[in-house]
Write a protein that binds this ligand. Sequence first.
Ligand code: NAD
Length: 306
Amino acid sequence: MKILIATEKPFAKVAVNGIRKIIEEAGHEFALLEHYTEKSQLLQAVADVHALIVRSDIIDAEVFAAAPHLQIVVRAGAGYDNIDLATATARNVVVMNTPGQNANAVAELVFGLLLYNARKHFDGKSGYELKGKHIGILAYGNVGKNVARIAKGMGMEVSAYDFFNRIELIEADGVYAHHNRYDLVAKCDIVSLHIPATPETVKSVNREMLELMKPGAILVNTARKEIIDEPELLALFKERTDLTYITDIRPDLHDQFVEALGDRYFAPPKKMGAQTAEANINAGLAAARQITAFFATGCTTFQVNK
Ligand code: NAD
């Protein structure tokens, strides 16, 4: 089988070498397309491949149509909203993600962003401590669990809500489980977002939810910009001058956020959540292992379009 890594933004070299090793040791052919600048390059490269490993690359109907032999696409990472699942399913292509492989990286960034805010962007002014603050984790998946672990280590009060109401799972970790997201938002000093972008969650972080935030509360987003109703968040935060928004993913309305909120808003120039050597390598190697297992045994454990 021919297995292609197609990454506009490449994996670390050590990850590529590891992926190549796994693929070749399993007797498959390895191919690499990095730093492509035109979609036509991707369309050409997929013409004869049976499997595809991607990162945030857009795999839409046109790409599927250009890849008649494609059997499996693995998104090396957690979110798979860059892949057209309906088309994949219609063409009998298995789509997987690599859950958990970058979760610690994202969780650590939550605290990097929070500390940067707590210490007033390191400008020399007196800040505040995270110890004793109440953090509310919205969606208790792989990232959410890691956020809880770190928060407990910092002496924070930790609670969570997951849409699938994983109450027992949350409580087993010694975390208070809320029964709905409104309750969580109303009780916490910091609300940390970890919901995937799906048709149900897009724009779900809206005024109705955010106006419940406690005085002086902080909203941290390391999930996706699509889950935020940006105009509603901006309008509310203009009125509520006690609230702060910190996000790993720049909103479409970034310039308006900067102008209206000043220091009560922060977004790094580029999404940094999974940008660590460890996450990069873990996710890449997991993708390669999942593909070789799929071809060897038909294993579809991490399939997301079942
Ligand atoms: P995960 O799949 O382990 O957890 C997601 C959680 O959300 C699950 O507990 C699930 O119950 C809940 N959920 C699933 N479908 C839902 C729905 N329709 N509505 C509401 N809740 C739902 O994912 P994760 O590894 O914890 O990552 C969470 C999200 O963070 C990803 O989906 C991705 O969008 C984002 N992410 C961002 C970065 C970054 O670079 N900033 C990196 C990794 C992940």
